[in-house]
Write a protein that binds this ligand. Structure first.
Ligand SMILES: [Zn+2]
Length: 224
């Protein structure tokens, strides 16, 4: 498992790693320490970090997996929608301000929802990538939706941009922030002030999006 962390540069003298109550990992570092070095330090402290993250009293337990029964809610684009299981027989998931599945498919509901979320993720994300790539003047090869754990998005050395299908649980402004974040890495690979400047021009409320992601980071570890 790759540990996701956020780097905060300051005038401090040493590197410090902390695990927050929401299990997010913050690395506080002096100005000028490279991301490679920080990555190396985080890796060397991996066991300690994971131990902390699994501390039950301090950190809330992961939510229970969904059972896909009527009345359950499913998060989509930042809103909870109710699920109804009906006797009618039809394929897949229907969505119209609520989710509906056929009782005949209830056992495979997890897979049906995953397929539906993958499809929606691509439909929502792809046009935005196109739009923001134009704004930023960057070129990418392909948009891919994947099942990576512990990350919302990434860009590959051959300029593919990949997003976790779970990202579509987030409100659209958060989705757009992450798209811009990944595309901005095609210009500036590190989280330098220049990087955040590029991001903030496209997404002025990016701090809000970061806060949302921090509070909902656990969503990366659950299916729905
Ligand atoms: Zn980044």
């Amino acid at each position: 498992m790759d540990i996701q962390y956020e780097i905060k540069y300051s005038n401090r003298k040493t590197v410090n790693i902390s695990v927050e109550r929401d299990r997010s990992v913050i690395v506080r570092a002096p100005q000028g320490v490279s991301e490679d070095k920080i990555n190396y330090i985080v890796k060397s402290k991996r066991d300690w970090i994971i131990d902390k993250m699994n501390h039950k009293q301090k950190y809330p337990a992961k939510p229970e997996p969904k059972e896909f029964v009527s009345g359950e809610t499913i998060l989509y684009l930042g809103k909870n929608y109710q699920l109804t299981v009906v006797d009618d027989i039809f394929d897949g998931v229907e969505f119209n301000q609520r989710f509906t599945i056929s009782r005949a498919n209830q056992k495979e509901a997890n897979k049906l929802f995953k397929d539906w979320f993958y499809e929606r993720a691509f439909l929502k994300i792809e046009p935005k990538v196109k739009f923001y790539a134009q704004q930023l003047g960057v070129k990418y090869k392909q948009v891919k939706i994947s099942d990576m754990k512990y990350r919302w998005g990434s860009c590959t050395p051959n300029n593919n941009v990949i997003f976790n299908w779970r990202l579509i649980k987030a409100p659209m402004y958060v989705v757009e922030y992450l798209i811009v974040h990944e595309l901005a890495h095609l210009i500036e690979p590190n989280h330098t002030p220049e990087f955040w400047n590029i991001v903030s021009i496209q997404i002025p409320q990016y701090e809000e999006a970061k806060t949302w992601l921090k509070q909902h980071g656990y969503l990366l570890e659950v299916e729905f």
